[in-house]
Write a protein that binds this ligand. Structure first.
Ligand code: CP
Length: 317
């Protein structure tokens, strides 16, 4: 049987990404459906989450599925020494699809190779966060009217930030110019810069974060410095507040600029930015519902044509 797991965005073609975005658009028109009646979605979160888990669970509920899972591995038998393999095989007995967040890079790939049901990677260490990327792309498309030829500024923790790693890979189809804004300790890892070179993605690196730096940005993608990934907490203390976006920095930015953040934020966006019409991070998180409805349907083999037919049917009731 074809493995329909979503482990990484790297192997998604442009057509496939646009197809999933069109699906998300259908779900935005009508989030409540019966497309997954009788299905069980398992959400296994070995790391904390608010948005990813709750939006996946909301997506499942709005589509008629039932949800099982855990939010804290300490209350599961992994705390007694059960391996990830055994946990995945057990849950596959109960669920039609497993959404998993794990602290180990590669955990989702491993799970997808052993599980008889599809795996959706809800974040694996500092590696990938493909469902976040789908909602980020959907947010960019909605706010810019295109994914093509954009100036995208990635700011903050580019070393450990799995959301920026996934986004960079997905954008290779759309001729972006990236600006990597990070302190020396948190610069974009070499492997992703090599990826840019391989796919002819333009990028510039900056260590200053000023009004001038972001003057030509279409998308300003802020990220949190991820305390949980540091082995040296002194280093975290040194860099944690290195970049803070304030409202006054936005005065001379482009009118089409939108500020994204995968959230949670800590200090990197001041609260005075929230009321600026260029702030889009709360709507961005809402788009996660539609993107994740699309992902659940897609990995379970429901096509865009079926979803469009369902939209048509609902509109005629
Ligand atoms: N963006 C994101 O992954 O948020 P959570 O950690 O709250 O799921």
């Amino acid at each position: 049987m074809e493995n329909r797991s979503l482990v990484t965005i790297a192997n998604h073609s442009k057509e496939r990404i646009l197809y999933l975005l069109e699906m998300a658009q259908e779900f935005e028109k009508q989030p409540n459906r019966h497309l997954l009646d009788q299905k069980i979605v398992a959400t296994l979160f070995f790391e904390p989450s608010t948005r990813t888990r709750l939006s996946f669970e909301t997506a499942a509920n709005r589509l008629g599925a039932k949800v099982i899972g855990f939010t804290d591995p300490k209350v599961t038998s992994s705390s007694k020494g059960e391996t990830l393999k055994d946990t995945i095989m057990m849950v596959s007995n109960y669920a039609d699809i497993i959404v998993m967040r794990h602290y180990l890079e590669g955990a989702a790939r491993y799970a997808s190779e052993i599980a008889p049901v599809p795996i959706v990677n809800a974040g694996d260490g500092a590696n990938q966060h493909p469902s976040q990327t789908m909602l980020d792309l959907y947010s960019i498309y909605k706010t810019q009217g295109t994914l093509e030829n954009l100036n995208i500024y990635l700011v903050g923790d580019l070393k450990y930030g799995r959301t920026v790693h996934s986004l960079l890979m997905a954008m290779r189809h759309f001729n972006p110019t990236f600006h990597f804004v990070a302190p020396n300790e948190l610069r974009m890892p070499e492997e992703y810069k090599l990826y840019c070179k391989e796919y002819h993605i333009r990028y510039e690196e900056h260590s200053d974060f000023t009004e001038e730096t972001i003057a030509d940005a279409d998308i300003l993608y802020m990220t949190r410095v991820q305390r949980e990934r540091f082995t040296d907490l002194m280093e975290y203390e040194r860099v944690k507040d290195v970049y803070i976006l304030h409202n006054k920095m936005l005065e001379h930015t482009r009118p089409n600029l939108r500020i994204l953040h995968p959230l949670p934020r800590v200090n990197e966006i001041a609260y005075d930015v929230d009321s600026n019409p260029k702030a889009y991070y709360i709507q961005q998180a809402r788009n996660g519902l539609y993107a994740r409805e699309a992902i659940l349907c897609d990995v379970l083999g429901i096509t865009l044509d079926e979803i469009k037919a369902d939209t048509e049917r609902l509109m005629n009731i």
